[in-house]
Design a protein around this ligand. Sequence first.
Ligand code: SAH
Ligand code: SF4
Length: 362
Amino acid sequence: MELQDIKSMTLSEIEKAFTEEKLPKFRGLQVYKWLHRGVESFDEMSDLSKDLRQKLNYKYYISVATIEQKLISKQDDTVKYLFSFRDNCCVESVVMKYKHGYSICISTQVGCKMGCTFCATGKGGFCRNLTASEMLAQIQSAQKDLKIKLSNVVLMGMGEPLDNYEQVLRFLELVSSDLGLNIGMRHISVSTCGIVDKIYDMADRKLQCTLSVSLHAPNDVDRSKTMPINNKWGVDELLRACRYYSYTTRRRISFEYAMISGVNDNDAQALELAGKLKGILSHVNLIPVNHVTGNSYYKSSAQRLEMFCSILESKGITATVRRTLGADIQASCGQLQRKYKEEVNNIESTQSNRCRSCTDCK
Ligand code: SAH
Ligand code: SF4
């Protein structure tokens, strides 16, 4: 019998399963609390009988994120992890220190199907979705390793969260549960390349998390060059969904704009962007693109970033040039995993996010 993923289950699902197995309901609560305190085996659940622990061992497994690599930035306090799961698939997470506390950027998929041309993850293709428990495990492992409490979570690591929507919704429910890590929805950001139908669904659910939209260009011609998803949902359709989201939830949308020299950073593009964002409760983050080995995208100059930013502001669009944290530790999406696999597999370059022993990779 295939083991079941108990840490992805909600408290009521665990209680229901226990009742069906003729176990007392309160055991479900005990187990749930242990799981969310971050234990890695049933044997650590010291208030359960040996018998029960054995029973659980036969039926369930506990997702763990094992540290394969850890890099600490010399420039700031950013820490980057490469975690592996039980099938040896690897993903990255980054912990950043801000004035208001610690924030973690977690992955939602091993690889990504979306194929954005500037992105290291996109370059390698897709392996598999992460489960809700594997998303939680990244937070738990980082907290345990750094002996800190994380106060903010961003779903901005490897993968497209809204392409793994069911598990992401489950994760949001678990991570914000008061018997769990209890990280409030207002302290969570979900980043998307623009999966429009899911943006409407999120709005209708009135989830209180921040929506971050990776826009990176003001029109279809420019956006389709770097983001294939734009061929499915164009800029205007995406911005219509964003308007609906901010109107329905009263939440400000954060637009990510990676500044790529000579590609999306001229004055006309800034003016066009300002026009398109008019009327949306928004904030634009301008980020100098991180160069990824093998592509021809380089970051815009500091002057270009400032000019682009001031054009947006002069048109009433709030924008900031974001500082890049952990630039010395490949803190950008997918870069570490790529490098690690090149080293592990001892090959010069890999075009694939598929891990050597991942059972889901065909
Ligand atoms: N798939 C989601 C979330 C993961 S990517 C999304 O696309 O939004 C997280 C962020 O990193 C996105 O805003 C993405 O556009 C950005 N990104 C990817 N590669 C980058 C690079 N080389 N330089 C700067 N930002 C990059
Ligand atoms: Fe996927 Fe986001 Fe990278 Fe695009 S930027 S390939 S959506 S992870």
